[in-house]
Design a protein around this ligand. Structure first.
Ligand code: GLA
Length: 382
């Protein structure tokens, strides 16, 4: 599908569109499960996203066609008039969250397609939310600031999808910049663009093809563990708002007051906050060996302490070691999806062919490979 074809699809259903918008998925170099702990993350938007054609229709109804599901949905703007299709709740949520903030919008027609692989940990849902919130803000001239656009997508996840996610995915989708990662402080939302063109290296994702599914799953439970650990620490150290503010010594003090599970989750997060800062220092010095080492440490923590990996992703991580990849780790929420790999160009070909063959021999599925191209965030295309 391309933009001309999308416009044709729109034309068939609703007449000529007024405008076309696009918003990307994301990668994250390091800093996982730190966003809802007030910590730092280091994401970048990618060259895969959701593209939509849209036009106000002058009614109170929203009509949307999903090219990928080959399905239409029609719904209203009120809580009582929800869509039936699961994919449409992301759009409904965005509409409701805009309205809750006083944004005045009316009905519209839209058609969209995506090329972010679903369930691969590349934030296809954030891309969808961001594409719609960006488009609606623009066509209705709402003037919502970019931070709030990201927060509307996040609130959609919380209130209409049931995933108590942090801000990273929506922030990256809205604020992405070609060739740059974003070092984001998830408490203050202060952010810096970090140019990322590691000479002699490539970033590549290997998709385990194990579907990552965050709804009704242990993602929210991870967050609760972190909040429980932070609350216990806060009783002794009132300055600790989030785990981001805590040290290993503080965690040790409350060891007997929290359950083992909450303890090991917090142990991961406190380590991860520091690993990201160390990786950022190393990046400034073009020290990719250290960055890679931190990525491997993150994987070990996500697997052993945070317990969001799986056999397939641990296998891909071991493959990376076997083929001398500089850094590798599970990326995103976990429970499936991709590993992100920082690999020397000279080792790239042998790693890819070796990992594909080994994974296929072990699990009888061919993993997918995506080269990462760091790209721009949400935008109007025409
Ligand atoms: C998912 C969530 C993000 C973040 C990551 C883990 O992608 O949507 O907010 O918590 O998991 O880093």
């Amino acid at each position: 599908m391309d933009i001309a074809q999308l416009k044709d699809v729109f034309q068939k259903h609703y007449g000529a569109p007024d405008a076309v918008y696009s918003s990307p998925g994301r990668i994250n170099l390091i800093g996982e499960h730190t966003d809802y702990n007030g910590g730092f993350v280091l994401p970048g938007a990618i060259d895969k996203g959701i593209t939509l054609a849209i036009k106000a229709n002058g009614t109170d109804k929203i009509r949307v066609f999903s090219v990928d599901y080959n399905e239409s949905s029609e719904f209203g703007m009120s809580e009582a008039d929800k869509p039936a299709q699961p994919w449409a709740k992301y759009i409904f949520g965005v509409v409701r969250e805009i309205e809750k903030r006083g944004g005045k919008i009316k009905g519209f027609d839209a058609a969209f397609y995506g090329d972010v692989p679903l369930g691969a940990g590349l934030s296809s849902s954030a891309a969808l939310e961001s594409a719609f919130v960006f488009a609606l803000d623009d066509i209705y001239g709402l003037g919502i600031d970019k931070f709030e656009l990201a927060k509307i997508g996040q609130a959609t996840e919380h209130n209409y999808v049931g995933v108590k996610c942090g801000i990273m995915d929506q922030f990256a989708s809205i604020f992405g910049k070609k060739g740059n990662l974003i070092r984001l402080d998830c408490r203050s939302l202060e952010h810096q663009y970090v140019p990322f063109n590691p000479a002699g290296y490539k970033l590549v994702l290997i998709d385990s093809c194990v579907k990552h599914e965050l709804v009704n799953n242990p993602y929210n439970r991870r967050r609760e563990s972190c909040e429980a650990a932070a609350a216990a620490i806060r009783k002794r150290h009132p300055e600790v708002e989030f785990l981001r503010d805590a040290s290993f010594a503080m965690l040790e003090e409350v060891k007997s007051e929290i359950c083992e599970e909450d303890y090991i989750r917090a142990e991961f997060v406190i380590g991860e906050v520091q690993r990201l800062l160390d990786a950022c220092d190393a990046l400034v010095k073009d020290d990719y060996v250290t960055v890679g080492q931190k990525m491997y440490e993150t994987h070990a923590g996500l697997s052993k302490l945070y317990e969001v990996s799986c056999e397939e992703l641990d296998f891909l991580n071991d493959c990376a070691k076997k083929y001398s990849v500089t850094g590798s780790r599970i990326m995103g929420g976990g429970f499936g999806g991709c590993t992100i790999n920082l690999v020397e160009e000279s080792k790239y070909a042998s790693f890819i062919s070796g990992a594909i063959a080994d994974y296929k021999a072990k699990f009888s599925i061919e993993p997918k490979v995506y080269d990462v191209v760091i790209s721009d965030g949400a935008r109007k295309i025409e």
